[in-house]
Design a protein around this ligand. Structure first.
Ligand code: ATP
Ligand code: MG
Length: 567
């Protein structure tokens, strides 16, 4: 494992582990697991859980399993399994040979249910789902016992065997734990352990028509794998007594303990597989790896690095109370990372033609340019300069407002790594009124690196040489959701988040121009386009059609927030 080796992150779970080491509870063993259900792609919330589990294992000299909690075949698939494997390993974590499937334990789980029946701790119930709900009671009222609760062991064994054999219709019977119908904890009111469900499982096919429920299956999965600390999110806190009940009924030593932490919620971000699936299935996005998606696949395509995600997960910390993390902090983390390693290049998103009238028409100069001022080892490259260049449309103003230090009639600016130019006039398209081209002169003494270059002008612009530039498509992204707080959805009842979708979350710029060094840029490589942000070459990009995704803009609102807080 290549992460979390040297640094030790202290949080309340680490403190529990420390305590357990002191009391020799697990004979010094630390064994965790990341247990996704393969019913969708992983998202940034899962990344938090992955970093936490694998990170805790690493810093305690322990192990972490990857386990598919595949007990609900109707929503699961091989595609999801494959994506999860790809995403966890891309994030930088390694489970060695410890890849497990809950479905591999179905037989054992069945046997154990049989033992529960034998000791009178489980029974087959014929109430309909509706009746079970009614009998269950409420927070205020105790539940009522099912009329089937006191069936004999023999009858239960026979019915459960026949449930498995496929003799009964879906939903007609369930196996329930016999616990306490008046328990103040609703989860303890004879919870369902098994249901009848005719669904083909992606791994076991049609072998089973009964499937275990999460609350029954999960503690057993942990037990079989000798997990010591079973870390999950807060919504399972009320399920912990049931987790313990299932295991205690086993009557065995070294039981795992469930520990809950607060799930990650991000502003302006949908964070539940169910909702993300809806975005994909109803074509609101291009797929699970759409760069706007908070999925790991989406973040990867957008250009996020595994290191920036790990760093983010580390810095947001682990706590016991739910809260909302500002999505701009995630953006801050990728900016910080790329600032150190992304090459600076020039790309013009909205090109405006500039003719340098006193520059010879047949001349081309190679301008020396630093690849990354933050990285002394990054070296330099040459960028061709010629009489006709393109600058950013917004970098010219015919009637400049106050404090506008870019190009305007009569004004001077520096072209990055090249000359100072002065605007002598411009040509307007008579039909559209749009400015078609700007005419300038250059100061030959002002070349970057020459003595005359010391002359100062206020603005510096990026540019590309018209004959040398490459066409590119650039996609700019904004948050998927307009509503900041939609991420808190788990606590709220469902409002229609589709209404909150940002209609401007994607802007495609088809006619951008980039410097020629980007010819053949490899998919996945990342650059800083000077003054425009960080960009990543899309997997669909080819040398005929370059495509860039903007990861983030350069402006770091988070930096400003931090500074403002200090003052
Ligand atoms: P979702 O609610 O998004 O569908 P889930 O909890 O149903 O997620 P699982 O596949 O069951 O998804 O989750 C695998 C692990 O990831 C669990 O241990 C779960 O607690 C954890 N996890 C899921 N969402 C988050 C989150 N937002 N923050 C932290 N951990 C999470
Ligand atoms: Mg779930």
């Amino acid at each position: 494992m290549d992460s979390g080796e040297s640094k030790v992150t202290v949080n309340f779970i680490q403190e529990i582990i420390d305590q357990d080491k002191k009391t020799n509870k697990y004979h010094g063993r630390v064994h965790l697991r990341f247990p996704p259900e393969p019913n969708g792609y992983l998202h940034i919330g899962h990344a938090k859980s992955i970093c936490l589990n694998f990170g805790l294992a690493a810093q305690n000299g322990g192990l972490c399993n990857l386990r598919f909690d595949d007990t609900n075949p109707s929503k699961e698939s091989l595609e999801y399994i494959e994506s999860i494997i790809r995403d966890v390993s891309w994030l930088g974590f390694d489970w060695d040979d410890r890849l497990f499937y809950a479905s591999d334990y179905f037989e054992k789980m069945y046997d154990y249910a049989v033992s529960l029946i034998k000791v009178g701790k489980a029974y087959v119930c014929d109430l309909s789902p509706e009746e079970i709900r009614k009998y269950r009671g409420t927070f205020k009222e105790p539940g009522r016992e099912s009329p089937y609760r006191n069936r004999s062991v023999e009858e239960n064994l026979d019915l459960f065997r026949r449930m498995r054999a496929g003799e009964f219709a879906d939903g007609s019977r369930v196996l329930r734990a016999k616990i306490e119908m008046s328990s103040p904890n609703l989860n303890m009111r004879d919870p369902i352990l098994y249901r009848i469900l005719r669904a083909t499982h992606h791994r076991t096919g049609d072998k089973w028509c009964i499937y275990p429920m999460y609350d029954y299956a999960h503690p057993l999965e942990d037990y079989y794998e000798k997990i010591t600390h079973s870390v999950c999110t807060l919504e399972f806190e009320d399920h912990r007594p049931l987790y313990d009940w299932v295991l205690n009924a086993l009557n065995l030593p070294d039981l795992p303990q469930q520990i809950e932490f607060a799930r990650l919620n991000l502003t302006n971000t949908v964070m539940s597989k169910r909702k993300l699936r809806r975005l994909v299935e109803e074509d609101y996005v291009a797929g699970w790896d759409d760069p706007r998606m908070p999925t790991i696949a989406g973040l990867r395509r957008r250009g996020y690095t595994p290191e920036s995600i790990q760093n983010f997960c580390d810095r947001i910390g682990v706590s016991k109370s739910n809260s909302m993390v500002d999505v701009r902090f995630l953006e801050h983390c990728i900016r910080e990372d790329l600032n150190l390693r992304a090459s600076r290049v020039m790309g013009v998103l909205h090109p405006l033609k500039v003719v340098i009238d006193n520059y010879p028409g047949d001349m081309v100069e190679e301008m020396e340019s630093e690849n990354n001022p933050e990285d002394p080892t990054a070296g330099t490259r040459k960028i061709p300069f010629s009489r006709i260049i393109y600058i950013e449309r917004e970098d010219f103003h015919e009637d400049p407002p106050k404090k506008y230090f870019r190009l305007a009639p009569g004004r001077e600016v520096r072209l990055k790594n090249a000359y100072i130019i002065k605007c002598e006039g411009f040509v307007r398209d008579e039909k559209t009124g749009e400015i078609e081209e700007v005419h300038c002169t250059y100061d030959p003494e002002s070349k970057s690196g020459k003595p005359g270059a010391k002359r100062k002008v206020k603005g510096t612009l990026h540019w590309v040489s018209a004959v040398h530039a490459l066409k590119a498509e650039v996609r700019l992204y904004d948050h998927l959701l307009l509503d900041q707080n939609e991420g808190a959805e788990e606590q709220e009842e469902e409002k229609d988040f589709i209404k909150q979708l940002n209609p401007n979350s994607l802007e495609v710029l088809a006619d951008c121009l980039v410097e020629p060094s980007l010819a053949g840029a490899a998919p996945g490589s990342r650059y800083q386009f000077m003054r425009k942000g960080y960009f990543c070459v899309d997997p669909d990009s080819t040398s005929d059609k370059l495509m860039f995704n903007r990861i983030v803009s350069l402006r770091d609102t988070w930096d400003r927030i931090l500074k403002a807080e200090k003052n």
